[in-house]
Design a protein around this ligand. Structure first.
Ligand SMILES: [Zn+2]
Length: 348
């Protein structure tokens, strides 16, 4: 039998589900604010997994991923405990902004402190109340505003347990990242807790494919951890590939951008990826692929200044294999596929 799970003043018995509010600082209007958490405590013991979203307040795909995740009938057979925090940056979310009201980035403020800035205090609360009670974590993000990301996992794949979970997630692209940047992922990894960051879609928009791939990915990770019963073996498909490195392709001049390259495209060194021109089309310059790779991120805004990031290009040993795996992945998670909630009408 599983233990009673304690968080704040709340007790969640085995087989119980509780939604609770973690108190965070008031607004200056005297209005009370809280960070909502749902705890699903399985009847049987197992890992304790947190799934968080909207650390950047305008990145909302993860909120829909969590809504679908906690509605899955399979959770009746949960082993261990699932903690979901759909809106970590409540202040940014209400303002439809990436940042906190003082323009700080919460994902640069971890592990935070009790007496620091508002961002540092939120980060501290999250570390104390959520991370400290968990054995594993998944943090959900999207690209920044006016940008789009191919579904991808970012994780410290030098750690074997993290790598195992990153591969279980099933997104064909994994970026190995070892940044000391004050992110939640960094702070959690520093505690020795395996954590995945899922990046997919764009800010302030829903993306059905990114949402489906996210729900299925978390379910696969939970199966790998033994939190959910494993499924009969599916037909084997190409596994995810860890990128060697990635870099931004930048605007060679300021102007109006005509993109010729989509997310997930495989480009070869020297390919023309886009054109940038002045409004009369008199001064036109091509954006050239600096190396062969897969486009894992891009801007959606066709207005650029010189030096602005246009494409995020990832290097792979065999980019053509990744391109094939991406096609299969796209098919598998298309709204026509039946997983994981056949009755869930797709968001279009
Ligand atoms: Zn983010």
């Amino acid at each position: 039998m599983n233990h009673t799970f304690q968080i704040g003043t709340h007790k969640v018995g085995p087989g119980e589900r509780t939604t609770l509010d973690l108190t965070v600082p008031h607004l200056y209007t005297h209005t009370a604010v809280s960070m909502p958490v749902q705890v699903i405590n399985g009847k049987r013991p197992g890992p304790k997994l947190f799934v968080s979203a909207a650390i950047h307040g305008d990145e909302i795909n993860g909120i829909e991923i969590i809504r679908r995740l906690v509605g899955l009938p399979a959770l009746r057979r949960l082993r261990g405990t699932l903690l979901t925090v759909p809106v970590v940056n409540v202040y940014g979310f209400v303002n439809q902004s990436r940042y906190l009201p003082d323009r700080r980035d919460l994902n640069r403020s971890f592990p935070g402190s009790k007496t620091g800035s508002l961002a540092a205090r939120l980060a501290y609360l999250f570390m104390e109340e959520i991370v400290a009670r968990c054995t594993h974590g998944v943090d959900l993000h999207t690209a920044a505003i006016h940008r789009d990301n191919l579904p991808q996992i970012r994780a410290l794949v030098d750690d074997p347990e993290t790598k195992r979970l990153a591969q279980a997630f099933g997104s064909p692209v994994i970026l190995n990242s070892d940044l000391r940047d004050g992110s939640l992922r960094q702070a959690v990894a520093d505690q020795g807790i395996p954590v995945l960051l899922y990046e997919a879609g764009e800010a302030l928009r829903f993306n059905e494919f990114a949402i489906r791939a996210g729900v299925n990915g978390i379910v696969s990770v939970m199966r790998e951890l033994g939190m959910l019963p494993s499924r009969r073996k599916k037909k084997p498909r190409a596994g995810p590939v860890v990128a060697r490195s990635s870099s931004w392709v930048r605007a060679p001049q300021s102007g109006i951008l005509r993109s010729l390259t989509a997310l997930g495209n495989h480009v070869k060194k020297g390919d023309t990826m886009a054109m940038v021109a002045d409004p009369f089309g008199e001064k036109t310059e091509a954006v050239i692929a600096p190396f062969s790779g897969i486009v894992v991120g891009r801007t959606n805004l066709p207005l650029v200044h010189e030096g602005e990031a246009i494409y995020h290009l990832a290097r792979f040993g065999k980019p053509e294999t990744v391109a094939e795996a991406l096609e299969a992945f796209q098919l598998e998670h298309s709204p026509e596929s039946s997983l994981p909630l056949p009755e869930e009408p797709p968001i279009t």
